[in-house]
Write a protein that binds this ligand. Structure first.
Ligand code: PEP
Length: 247
């Protein structure tokens, strides 16, 4: 079965009630490609107002979640709270969580397992730094980030992988179409070998890193690029053009 194109919008720590309402209005009023699954991820304080207002089949994701049940974890959101509020998706392993907040691949795998065990779907981010790419370690690094999750989960049907080279995130330096396709192809091959050919065939692998309305069309033509995770451009009206990259 063909993989459904997927476009996620990661607002990071940006927005106000007013600006997020404007993004939601824009999405609600737009003609979106019906063959694309769209998920937007506002900061946690805005999850509920966004989920209540957004329509047009657009879903909402948290940007993070803790792996433990409700308890004494000051500042955290639990999986149960997201489920209780009808939030169906969570982004995990974003490079900003890995680098700034020092989250290990094992911790991200624990969170992925906790989220999946409670029925959430996960956008699992992986990616290499510039130094790692220049050392020829791109695939090793991404696969070791994935291996931590492979060690803890067996059902991949609710996981979307986002390949996001760290050097391309928020920098305006998008990976070339060839660099992105090479990485996605290698990751899919690895999934086939380490998990199964069926999981490799069915799992969507998104590209993330300075995607905009101009570069999205070329990237979308690649056989192993199944959509995008978009940061900065998801805050702009042109996000609709990225969703509609295949039209
Ligand atoms: C991201 O934050 O996941 C991202 C890809 O950001 P940007 O599109 O701004 O590079």
């Amino acid at each position: 079965m063909a993989r459904k194109f997927f476009v996620g919008g990661n607002f990071k720590a940006n927005g106000s009630l007013k600006s997020i309402q404007a993004i939601v209005d824009n999405l609600n009023n737009a003609k979106l490609d019906p063959n694309v699954e769209v998920v937007i991820s506002p900061p946690s304080l805005f999850l509920l107002p966004t989920a209540e207002k957004v329509s047009n089949n657009v879903k909402v994701a948290a940007q993070n979640v803790f792996d433990k049940p409700d308890g004494a974890w000051t500042g955290e959101l639990t999986v149960k709270m997201l489920v209780d509020h009808g939030i169906e998706w969570v982004i995990l392993g974003h490079s900003e969580r890995r680098t700034i907040f020092k989250e290990s691949s094992e911790f991200i795998a624990d969170k992925t397992k906790a989220a999946l065990d409670s029925g959430l779907s996960v956008i699992l981010c992986i990616g290499e730094t510039l130094e790692e790419r220049e050392a020829g370690r791109t695939i090793d690094v991404c696969c070791s980030q994935l291996q931590a999750v492979v060690d803890k989960i067996s059902d991949w049907s609710k996981v979307v992988i986002a390949y996001e080279p760290v050097w391309a995130i928020g920098t305006g330096k998008v990976a070339t179409t060839e660099q992105a396709q090479d990485a996605h192809g290698a990751l899919r091959k690895w999934l086939a070998e380490k998990i199964s050919p069926e999981v490799a065939e069915a799992t969507r692998i998104l590209y993330g890193g300075s995607v905009n309305e101009k570069n999205c069309k070329d990237l979308a033509t690649q056989p192993d690029i199944d959509g995008f995770l978009v940061g900065g451009a998801s805050l702009k009206p042109a996000f609709v053009d990225i969703i509609n990259a295949n039209l």
